[in-house]
Structures are given as C-alpha cells and as structure tokens.
Ligand binder design. Structure first.
Ligand SMILES: Cc1ncc(COP(=O)(O)O)c(C=O)c1O
Length: 367
C-alpha cells in the first residue's frame, strides 16, 4: 500500500541523531523549558525569518494563546474560514469570542478577501486566515484590508511550514503565526508540539508568560495563563528534524510538480499554483467530480488517500449556530476534495504509480 504518512521510513536516516537528542535531554536533568526549547526557538525563528519563536504544546494552544494575548475574548468576533481543521475554530471559541465564517475562493479554496471585507462589524477583533494544505492564502490583500480596518492578523500556519509568499515564510506577515508540529506535519514532532512566531517584543514576552500560568517569576502570575509548554524532548527532536526540513520540502515540491505536470484526466483538477507563492504541499489536494469512484480506483490499486476535510466545520453540531454568511464554495469543495500521498519518503516508482493509476481513471458520463 502506498501510504499518505510514513514516519518510520523517514526515521531510519535520522534515527541515531534523534536517539542522541533524546538521551541528551534525559541526562540533562531538565525536562521542561530548558536549553533545547531555547535553542529550537532560536533556530525555528531563524528558519522562518521572525524575531521571536515561542514553543508551545500544540497548534491549538498556539492559536488560543495568540488570541488571548491580543485580548480577544467575550463579545469579540474573529473572521476565519470553515474550510479548515476544527481546532482553528475551537481555539477561537475557547477565548469566548465568536468565530465568523467566510467562504473560500473557488480558484484555490483559500479565504475570500472580499468575503472578509463584507463580514467586518464593529465587534471584529481579529482576522485569522488559514494556509490550509500548505497553500498560501492571499496575504497581500488581507494585509491591506487589515491595515485599513486597523485589525491584527493571526496566521494559522499549522499546515504551512515552508510555505513562501513573495519569498517570505507564511506566518511572518501578521502579528503572529501559529504552527503545529503534530507528527504528520511537514515538520512533525514525535508527539504534540507547536509554536508561535512574532516580531513584536512585548507580545513575545506576554506569550512566554501565558504559556506558563502567566508567571513572571516562580509561583507568581501577572497574566492569566495556562499550561501550554512545549516538552524538552519534543524541542530536541524538532531541532534534529529542522536540519532536514529544506531537503524534505524540496522532495515534496518535486513530487507535487510531477503530479501537476503529469496527471491529466477528465473530472480531476490538480491544485492551483499561484506564481507568487511556493506551496509546501502538506497535502496535495485534487478535486474530483466523482470522488467516491476515484477513491475506489485508488484503493483497488493499493494507494491510500485522505480527505482534508470531509465536513466543513460549520456543518458540525457545536458550530452550526455560527453560520451568518452563505458558504457555497466551502460546501461544494468538501464533497470533491481528495488528498494524494505526497510525503517525502515516496519513491519515484510510487509517484509514477499514483500518476498512472489516476490517469487510468475513467469518468462515468452517465450516458
Ligand atoms: C489548520 C490547523 N489548525 C490548527 C491545528 C491544530 O494543531 P494541533 O493538532 O497541533 O493542536 C491543526 C492540526 O492539525 C490544523 O490542521
């Protein structure tokens, strides 16, 4: 079976380095917020080109903390998309604020900036675009809009390690960029982890306090905070993997480019490629007119697939009450999207098999 995620094959070449890093942590006598966390924060900040990086326990806590630190709470609205993973929305809800969904553009299924403009109210406190699948959102127009409306932008980069927009890393455009290092991500920990990047000194200091109960010194809080700390073990593992990330991303890009160039079949649309963006292809998402038949065809040829995501968030029980604006593109897309295996451990032969299999798919025209 060609898998969509395969950390064991990728572990092989880095196994000794990972074990060495874990051993170093265990013998250091420091398991939380120590030298490894500090070093990873400096290295990840340098990688993305941000002034600060704050290591946290997950992508969800990264979003929750960033919103909290900006003072987003009860009575406020945060504009975002429903075409995302649930935690984008639950992080907003956890602050007490109201998520306001806007639709995505048919072209790339990223946030519709015109939709954001018409969803603004006097309660809007923040705009939260999601660079889903590693596809970059239209950050240039969003920044213009946010600037005009005097609103901060928090970027959900959970799936966008390595995504470049005008040559700059996703996450460096807004006041804060929030990353997840969930194991399947382009840069994945061996457990849960996340990070927030920012160029704002005061915000960085506040986030550091808030990830640790709001403490300014031992057992003394000056902010309301929580436990959102990254584990030293995960920071040490991420430091090893960060050194390989550029190579892995280059391989992902190569595979994605082969798919774009060579998958030509009626009823299947490959992802839109913006000339000003380098997608990091956390997922390679095609759109299929007859998705279940494509899935059956892939499965018969032992090729795994994913759907990110089969149900838009606004159609789930806790969130249906939030719908304010029609979301036709989001709803239509959720029935057609399909993620192909694109991870860096795929062999050339496997990539070829995915292409040949899809190209042999025949659309039923219903005649
Ligand atoms: C778009 C998006 N936002 C937020 C998150 C939350 O990240 P985590 O699982 O690390 O909490 C995810 C996780 O997959 C995600 O895909």
């Amino acid at each position: 079976m060609i898998q969509t995620f395969d950390y064991l094959t990728l572990l092989e070449p880095i196994h000794d380095e990972v074990m060495g890093a874990m051993e170093r942590v265990l013998r250091s006598g420091r398991l939380i917020l120590g030298a490894e966390t500090e070093a990873f924060e400096a290295e990840f900040a340098a990688y993305v080109g941000a002034k600060h990086c704050i290591g946290v326990s997950s992508g969800t806590t990264a979003l929750h903390l960033a919103l909290m630190a900006l003072g987003v709470g009860h009575g406020d609205e945060v504009i975002t998309v429903s075409n995302t993973c649930v935690p984008t929305i639950s992080a907003i809800e956890l602050t007490g604020a109201t998520p306001v969904f806007v639709d995505v553009r048919d072209e790339d299924l990223m946030i519709d900036v015109d939709g954001v403009a018409s969803a603004l109210t006097e309660r809007t406190k923040c705009i939260l675009p999601v660079h889903l699948w590693g596809q970059g959102a239209d950050i240039t127009r969003l920044l213009e809009l946010a600037h005009r409306a005097n609103l901060p932008l928090i970027e959900d980069c959970a799936q966008a390690q390595g995504t470049l927009i005008h040559g700059k890393h996703a996450g460096t455009f807004g006041i804060a960029g929030c990353f997840s290092f969930y194991p399947t991500k382009n840069l994945g920990a061996y457990g849960d982890a996340g990070a927030i990047i920012t160029n704002d000194d005061a915000l960085a200091q506040k986030l550091k306090r808030q990830r640790m109960y709001g403490y300014t010194r031992a057992n003394y809080a000056e902010d309301i905070g929580m436990n959102a700390r990254i584990a030293e073990l995960q920071a040490a593992i991420l430091r090893v993997k960060l050194r390989y990330l550029s190579g892995w991303l280059a391989r992902r890009l190569q595979i994605a480019q082969r798919y774009v160039d060579d998958i030509h079949v009626e009823g299947i649309r490959t992802p839109f490629q913006h000339p000003d963006r380098v997608q990091s292809y956390h997922q390679f998402v095609i759109r299929c007119q007859q998705r279940q038949r494509v899935i059956d065809h892939l499965t018969a040829h032992e090729i795994a697939h994913g759907i990110h995501y089969p149900t838009p968030v606004h159609q789930m029980p806790p969130y249906a009450r939030l719908v304010r604006h029609p979301l036709p593109v989001t709803e239509r897309a959720s029935a057609h999207i399909l993620s192909l295996p694109v991870h860096e451990a795929l062999t050339d032969g496997e990539v070829e098999r995915v292409i040949q299999t899809l190209n042999s798919f025949e659309l039923h025209t219903g005649a």
